[in-house]
Design a protein around this ligand. Sequence first.
Ligand code: CAP
Ligand code: MG
Length: 413
Amino acid sequence: MDFYKYSHLAIGKKPKKDSIIALFKITSQKGLDLKEVANAVAAESSVGTWTHPRTLNKEIFDKLAARVIFIDKKTNLVKIEYPIELFERKNICQLLSTIAGNIFSMKIVKGLRLEDVEFPEKYINDFLGPYFGLSGVRKIFGVYNRPIIGCIIKPKVGLSPQKTAEVAYKVWKNGVDLIKDDETLTDMKFCKFEKRVKEVIKVRKKVEKETGTRKVFVFNVTAPIDEAIKRAKLVKRYGGRCVMVDVVTTGFSALDYFRRQNLGLIIHGHRAGHSAFTRNKDHGISMLVLAKLLRLVGIDQLHTGTVVGKMEGKKEDVEKINEFLKGKFGKLKPVLPIASGGMHPGLVPKLVQILGKDLIINFGGGIHGHPKGSEAGAQAVYQAIEATMKNIPLKEYAKNRNELKEALDYWRD
Ligand code: CAP
Ligand code: MG
């Protein structure tokens, strides 16, 4: 490590107000000191390389070098301060190439995980953030005092547009607020996008008239971004209110472009594939960081996990992500968290106890897998939400409600 002429170590230094601060968990290769490795990570992600370049002078170093300002050898947590001048404004791609780029490949790190990032207000406020955000979405539904009830059409692929609309009608009619396409359903031979939009919006209007409530269908527009925009405009033309993008597979540049179209549609963020880099606790990028970036870009509602359902996600982590999404972040609007994956009526009280009521709760299998079918499934979910809001144990509430009773008997945990 003698090749580094200047040291990036500045442990205990008070960071400047306008710096970007990254929290990493660094596992050094055997025999290497954490300090040395942290120094090299700071170098590689700012002005340095594997040896001292003769072109690097003190002036550049003082202005642009990242500094290691905190190290905890017990937890391997390291904080690195990045001067704001290292970053181009409004450019998430460049941000990631800097603080989440080459450093993941360095041989001297055995594991590197970007746990968190703090941004200065100025940097945050350059971004658009959500168009509607949490309260804008609630306003569209006119639902304020309970979670929004969501339903994923299942099977995730295979139904025709007519059949999709038929199933949508049944669940909307029985208490569901929002229905969504699944993440792999786009414009398919067996379910053409435009036809689906047409059929679904027709029944949405019908059910809204019949129930006097507002409903939303989330159309999955995930595709090359020019096509995604075309499809979103089509949704708007037909009177739709919301579109979904698979945020990880779509990518930041495309998402940013999509958001800047200002289409006036709720953007629903599905995170399929995130675990490729969020799941390993010693390497990759945390879901919290992904959530921060997606709020900058301007996703209105985002899948963040359930704790109690089928997908991995620790309680403390999901809580922290949801608190971030709902809390203050410069001038950007809060994002509505979505709990999805393996949810059924029996899990509702526990979920709400952990994550609160400011959320969309999605049920796929947990509605369409009900022994009596999707209508009963939707009713059971509605009853479970009602009971939870009234603080009545589900078993008691189910005594004279067969749909809920059957759901509780069928899914026992
Ligand atoms: C849920 C879901 C969602 C997952 C994604 C699915 O269906 O539609 O894609 O929830 O996970 O296909 O599994 P079920 P996450 O209700 O039938 O489980 O929200 O954690 O990103
Ligand atoms: Mg899905």
